[in-house]
Design a protein around this ligand. Structure first.
Ligand code: FEO
Ligand code: CA
Ligand code: CA
Length: 639
């Protein structure tokens, strides 16, 4: 979901089209200086054959071409099959999908809307099976005007009746679905699996755990304990723990609350999280808990990372308050050299921060039960990028430095509930909208995508956010000390960092984009968001925002080191209006799952006339956000 408006791109488009054919010399020089690569390699056109590709490039697929149409595309030699669609029945007693008769009851048994993060967990637990597992999928938000015939266009988040709201709430959250790959290589889901589960905005009841649990600021009239909360929503990305539980992040939680956030004790907290009087979702019209004038603490119970056990459909999800409260894009785990658990997370808003939690206790690989509450105790840190290439992780600990009563922090719970304010006091580096943070299993380094910041002014440019009016976004590589792979010490207080690429169209010098100079006219990307690494450590970058550049979002792949570093290549293209989210590989690297989110959004779409009816293309059936399984024709690793 886009957090902030982009400047109108139409003017830029005309100038850009005139220049698109050429990579400018200025852009190539920028690449050489920023990315640190030789500029001896000439730019390649998309029509060039594979033997001409630069040395060090192992990604042996023919690139797609930029452009937009009504369906998805994958590089030649691969297939991209729709596996799970909004409305697919997940349970034996679930009714068939009927877009003309949506109900909360049916939706609670169906695959949710706007699939985002995907995690693959092998079945059985503890195995590395790549053809049988659980897909754990977030459902971030709803395009209500494209779901219902009787919700007007132009007001995508405003609804008029309780049925709409109840369907919306059931379409949010998360799904657990058993999936299998047959001997022909095709994936399908198991409709009546005992593992299948829905987590929704309307439930189940979850536990608030960790240092802020039970604090007065988490208490409401419905929950005087401050420890029990209904459901989860706006689940963007997430992560997997080493003990095979699933983490799901709560991101843009402000959209769901209404009522004047000013005037009470929580005013600055609510304003900093983006709450306004404006009605976006209309849940507050029907449920008092979403009206902050009636329940000022309810927003404090969202904006956390939720952990649950996908292998136990009866497990109670827990919101891990020790990881802080902000607009969590995701939650990616790693290990410190001594076995403590690290969780990385970006806060997706312009000028917000990148965080790292380090547990107090160590991961126990021999006893899964011993790890279940590891994320309740530890130290949250925030990143400060130094100009000399060092990255300092600053601890957010009550009583430490400015995090005291004098500044309104009366306990660690206050530091965690208002993590953003604590991070600002500590001198963290304000970033260009942090999205995914992912660890590379081969190199041990950590990549963070910054999706964009068109509002950054020249006087606020710094070495980690080097462009004013950053429309394309960028990717930074953060390197822990200790060595490669498992030797990397993610628990260290000081890392180093460098810019991996500056995204955008390199044929337009105004964007200051910077890649390997061999990137083709189709190999550039814009607005990096989610990322995945394949078993060889190559990066697969999903984008959210290409519509502003009159092209489609999708997946681009690149080497991360060697002579072909940052030479991105276009692999998968979304249908019109869709954003690419959730890329996830099976353990063998033979399947890449991805989420096509909000097909047809914007582009003049209405329920009657959406820009595409992907993936069914049937009259009367609205566009359906869906999970796609990408495999190689004839079998084998992706690329
Ligand atoms: Fe939901 Fe940060 O994208
Ligand atoms: Ca995004
Ligand atoms: Ca995202």
């Amino acid at each position: 979901m886009t957090n902030d408006a982009s400047p109108n791109a139409s003017q830029d488009k005309r100038a850009r089209l005139a220049r698109r054919a050429l990579l400018s010399a200025t852009a190539a020089a920028l690449v050489a200086s920023k990315v640190g690569q030789s500029d001896s390699l000439a730019a390649h056109s998309a029509s060039e054959s594979l033997p001409d590709l630069p040395m060090g490039l192992s990604l042996d697929f023919a690139e797609l071409e930029h452009g937009i149409d009504d369906t998805h595309h994958v590089a030649d030699g691969y297939r991209a099959d729709v596996l799970l669609r909004w409305g697919d029945p997940l349970f034996a007693d679930a009714p068939a999908f009927d877009p003309g008769a949506l109900s909360a009851q049916a939706q609670s048994k169906h695959f949710g809307y706007n699939n985002d993060f995907i995690a693959y967990f092998s079945l059985p637990l503890g195995s590395e099976r790549a053809n049988h597992g659980l897909l754990c999928v977030n459902h971030e938000y709803t395009n209500t005007d494209l779901m219902f015939a009787d919700v007007g266009g132009g007001q995508p988040y405003k609804i008029s009746n309780r049925r709409h709201m109840e369907v919306e709430m059931a379409a949010h959250g998360h799904s657990v679905v058993e999936v299998m790959r047959d001997s022909a290589g095709l994936w399908s889901f198991v409709q009546d699996s005992a593992y299948n589960r829905r987590l929704m905005a309307s439930g189940p009841v979850m536990t608030l755990a960790g240092p802020a649990a039970g604090h007065d600021r988490l208490k409401t009239s419905a929950d005087p304990t401050g420890r029990s909360v209904i459901g989860t929503f706006n689940n963007c990305a997430g992560g997997k723990t080493p003990w095979d539980t699933c983490l799901i992040a709560e991101e843009n939680i402000h959209y769901y609350f209404a009522g004047d956030p000013r005037g009470g004790d929580e005013t600055s907290n609510h304003l900093s999280m983006g709450l306004t009087q404006e009605l976006r979702y209309a849940w507050s019209k029907f449920l008092d808990r979403f009206d902050v004038t009636k329940e000022p603490h309810e927003p404090n119970r969202y904006g956390w990372v939720v952990e649950y056990d996908p292998y136990d459909p009866n497990s109670v999800p827990k919101k891990r308050t020790a990881l802080g409260r902000f607009k969590h894009e995701g939650a990616t785990t790693a290990l410190a050299k001594d076995g403590r658990v690290v969780v990385y997370s970006g806060d997706d808003q312009t000028y917000q921060y990148i965080y790292k939690f380090v547990s107090t206790r160590k991961y126990d690989p021999e006893n899964r039960a011993n790890n279940q509450d590891l994320l309740d105790e530890g130290t949250l840190h925030v990143a400060r990028f130094e100009e000399d290439g060092r990255l300092q992780w600053l601890p957010l600990v009550w009583g430490n430095g400015p995090l005291t009563r004098r500044n309104g922090f009366h306990s660690q719970a206050d530091v965690l509930i208002e993590t953003r304010r604590a991070a600002s006091f500590m001198g963290a580096t304000p970033m260009d909208r942090p999205e995914d943070v992912k660890t590379n299993p081969v190199t041990g380094s950590v990549f963070v995508s910054l999706t964009k910041n068109p509002f950054r002014r020249q006087h606020r440019v710094d070495t980690a956010n080097p462009r004013a009016r950053n429309r394309g976004g960028h990717i930074i590589e953060m390197t822990p000390p200790g060595g490669e792979g498992a030797n990397a010490d993610h628990g260290a207080d000081v890392f180093t960092w460098n810019v991996f690429l500056l995204a955008g169209d390199p044929s337009d010098v105004r964007y200051g984009a910077s890649y390997h100079p061999g990137v083709t006219e189709h190999g550039w990307l814009t607005n990096p968001d989610n990322m995945a690494f394949d078993p060889q450590g190559r990066i697969w970058i999903a984008t959210d925002g290409a519509t502003d550049f009159d092209t489609a979002d999708g997946i681009w792949a690149s080497e991360v080191r060697g002579t072909a570093r940052a030479l991105t290549r276009y692999f998968f293209k979304c249908p019109i209006g869709a954003e690419m989210t959730g890329p996830a590989f099976t353990p063998d690297g033979e399947t890449l799952f991805c989420s096509v989110q909000h097909p047809a959004q914007d582009n003049g779409s209405t329920y009657e006339k959406p820009a595409t009816r992907w993936p069914d293309f049937k009259n009367g059936v609205p566009p359906r956000p869906s999970v796609v399984a990408i495999t190689r024709e004839g079998g084998g690793s992706i690329a």
